[in-house]
Design a protein around this ligand. Structure first.
Ligand code: NAG
Ligand code: CU
Length: 183
């Protein structure tokens, strides 16, 4: 009986990891409702916004701005610091809204090259991490070897019947949390 419960808990953990992978992609709306503009609340605005987000490879940045009023381009740190468009990475996006995919880990810097907007704080620095696991919420112990046989079954079902698999995983995950109280 007890080993059966433990198996359920382990399966729930596997399902939780599976769910985390399914929900990996996030579209980050830069500045939230303020969009991509000259910050009205000081140059800290995009620094504060970036700190509130967790960026992972596969996510995207949505820069909401009116075409011709602003633009956005990725630049190296030196250009970001000096608000210059030297050594642009890729081409300047002049049509809003802009959808920028985050395809590599590390620091990325974006500026608006219109007028003195960058000097006024229309600049964004972010750090992209390579895995969906956030630093503070890493998963606990690795699953025991007995679960290795159940994992392919879970993933094999996902391409054709994604939502039932997700729902089943969610139910099992909740079940495992409930059962956790009995240990
Ligand atoms: C942005 O682009 C990515 C990758 O092409 C896509 O998956 C996502 O749906 C797009 N988001 C929006 C809001 O257009
Ligand atoms: Cu601008």
């Amino acid at each position: 009986m007890e080993s059966q419960m433990k198996m359920m808990v382990v399966f729930g953990l596997v399902a939780a990891v599976f769910l985390q992978n399914v929900a990996a992609q996030t579209a980050h709306v830069v500045g939230d409702t303020a969009g991509w503009n000259v910050p009205q609340n000081g140059a800290q605005q995009y620094v504060t916004w970036a700190a509130s987000q967790t960026f992972v490879i596969g996510d995207s940045l949505i820069f909401n701005f009116a075409t011709n009023a602003h633009d956005v381009v990725e630049v190296p740190k030196a250009s970001f610091d000096s608000c210059s468009d030297d050594n642009e990475i890729g081409s300047t996006i002049t049509t809003g809204p802009a959808n920028v995919s985050l395809t590599s880990a590390g620091d990325h810097y974006y500026i608006c090259t219109v007028g003195s907007h960058c000097q006024s704080g229309q600049k964004l620095a972010i750090t992209v991490s390579s895995s969906a696991t956030t630093p503070g919420t890493s998963t606990t112990a690795p699953p025991p070897s007995t679960t290795a046989t159940t994992t392919p079954g879970v993933t094999a079902e996902s391409p054709n019947s994604s939502s039932p698999a997700v729902r089943t995983g969610f139910v099992l995950c909740l079940l495992s949390v409930v059962m956790g109280f009995f240990f």
